[in-house]
Design a protein around this ligand. Structure first.
Ligand SMILES: Cc1cc2nc3c(=O)[nH]c(=O)nc-3n(C[C@H](O)[C@H](O)[C@H](O)COP(=O)(O)O)c2cc1C
Length: 350
């Protein structure tokens, strides 16, 4: 039944309309009843950023853009969720169509450009419906202010008391010039500014940085030096890519925007390995890009990820995807002779 509904969504509906319907569906109280059966696996439990994660699988930013379903998501087997990207002012994003399902490739291309309700609306929404688990907030600038740190600071000040962690998003390909925030000087100033606000707010909230997969190898060492020097709490590797179109099958493969899902799995693993080789366990990595089953999750952890996030496989596999991955991953860890998830992190990196 569920797979028939999913197929209808995938093949017959416009992606953004389907997304709106999916949000309504996930809000449905009947689904919440069903989700009481979430199982916790002891070998998947970890303490990261000082918090207890019952599952390493999180929902990546962009699905619950406006903080509408974080508590329901936490009931679907996800160990954490991330809302946003939130900007100071509400904005419409780019013109439609701007989301494309590449069904043959189990991928999505999007050029949404941070459409969102803005930080005031989102902060009120969260204030009156506090998260019942680990919920990060992903922040970014409005389109007209992408190269300065101002908008990040405004969002941080507004939202830092309401989140389990804050992600500084410098890596969406759909906001012009945003990725220039990866430049050494700019990044150093940005992290300084936000950590300064953390002190000013008397907060100890973990600050994470979400990084692009489209960076050159030579850049990685510099970035890692900055992350270590600034004592960043964690990084998310990676956002969507503007590369990797050659081997795709779908008619939409050349649409402008960021590619996610199965075709970026390997690319993301390679980048995670490169960062892990330098950072080790000093800066926890949240691995994102093509996680869709126990095997892809296992591989990413072996590449150096401590936690994982997914978006695209929720679209293709449906709302039980996290529960399914938890079971498969727990079994894989056991079958491979490891006691717990921590024993697997980075074992592919030598
Ligand atoms: C439609 C769509 C919208 C997204 N919006 C955001 C966003 O607002 N902020 C962000 O940091 N990442 C965003 N992402 C990127 C995801 O959070 C994730 O990093 C990326 O999709 C790779 O994971 P996946 O292969 O599991 O989808 C978006 C992805 C998709 C497919």
């Amino acid at each position: 039944m569920l797979s028939k509904i999913l197929k209808f969504f995938l093949y017959k509906t416009d992606p953004e309309a389907a997304h709106k319907l999916a949000i309504k569906f996930i809000k449905n109280p009947l689904l919440r009843l069903n989700s009481c059966q979430t199982i916790n696996y002891e070998n998947l439990c970890q303490k990261v950023f000082g918090m207890d994660f019952k599952s390493p699988i999180g929902l990546a930013a962009g699905f619950d853009k406006n903080a509408e379903i974080y508590n329901q998501i936490l009931n679907l087997g996800f160990g954490f969720t991330e809302v946003g990207t939130i900007t100071p002012k509400p904005q419409e994003g780019n013109s439609k169509p701007r989301v494309f399902r590449l069904i043959e490739d189990k991928a999505i291309i999007n050029r949404l450009g941070f459409p969102n309700d803005g930080m005031d609306t989102v902060s009120n929404r969260i204030k009156y419906n506090l998260p019942k688990g680990i919920c990060g907030i992903n922040i970014g600038p409005n389109k007209d202010n992408a190269t300065s740190s101002e908008d990040y600071i405004l969002c941080f000040d507004k939202l830092c008391q309401l989140a389990s962690y804050i992600t500084i998003n410098i890596s969406s390909p759909n906001t012009p010039n945003l990725r220039s925030q990866h430049d050494d000087d700019k990044l150093t100033k940005l992290i300084d500014a936000i950590q300064g606000r953390r002190n000013a707010n008397k907060s100890s909230i973990p600050i994470l940085l979400k990084i692009s997969p489209d960076i050159e190898d030579e850049k990685i060492k510099n970035l890692c030096n900055i992350l270590i020097e600034k004592n960043i709490d964690g990084i998310i590797l990676t956002n969507t890519t503007v590369q990797n179109r050659k081997n795709l099958l779908s008619e939409f493969k050349l649409e402008k925007g960021g590619l996610s899902g199965a075709p970026i799995n390997e690319l993301s693993n390679e980048i995670i390995e490169k960062f892990y080789l330098i950072l080790g366990k000093n800066v926890p990595i949240i691995g994102a890009g093509g996680v869709s089953c126990g095997a892809t999750a296992f591989e990413k952890i072996k590449s150096g990820a401590t936690l994982l996030q997914l978006y695209t496989s929720l679209v293709y596999e449906g709302p039980n995807v996290a529960k399914k991955i938890n079971k498969e991953l727990s079994d894989l860890i056991k079958e491979s002779g490891y006691e717990k998830i921590e024993d697997v992190i980075g074992i592919n990196c030598k």
